[in-house]
Write a protein of this length. Structure first.
Length: 156
């Protein structure tokens, strides 16, 4: 079988900031507690959840797989830095229908404010072989951040 994929790497970076009316500890728990994370980090209506596992510690892995409109997404992250209530750093790989589409580094900072927490997400990505772009990833990540914010606001 001949490989018909044109090999390429597109590098991209984006930053997303939001303020939420809850303490950094509440935001941190939204990542640290798998039961809480499942309330916001999931697919939309029509999403069929597959494998999920979370080992929330430095060196630990998180796996989240699901299918939406006959496209199977496979997310595998490794936590490289965790400072309770302050920050998270992880690397992650994404596959769609078995094709490796990207490798990224994501950092989350949780800064206390007078009214709650300022969230800052910075992501650096290597998007592979034209399967994904930085703009597409940013758009998808904005949806996840919005889901997180909506969840956190409901906890206020």
């Amino acid at each position: 079988m001949t490989d018909t994929v044109t090999r390429s790497i597109n590098h991209a970076q984006f930053t997303i900031e939001r303020e939420v009316p809850v303490a950094p500890a509440v935001v941190f728990q939204a990542f640290a507690d798998p039961a809480v994370k499942a309330k916001w980090f999931g697919g939309e209506e029509g999403w069929e959840q597959g494998e999920v596992s979370v080992d929330f510690e430095v060196g630990g892995r998180e796996i989240n797989e699901g299918t939406f409109h006959e496209v199977t997404s496979h997310f595998v992250a490794t936590y490289t830095d965790i400072v309770v209530n302050e920050r998270l750093v992880y690397t992650y790989d994404m596959w769609l229908n078995g094709s490796h589409i990207s490798t990224s580094v994501a950092t989350w900072e949780f800064e206390p404010t007078t009214t709650g927490t300022k969230l800052t997400l910075v992501e650096f990505g290597a998007h592979l072989d034209g399967f994904d772009t930085g703009a597409q990833r940013e758009e998808g990540t904005l949806g996840l951040v919005d889901a997180l914010v909506n969840y956190l606001v409901s906890q206020a």
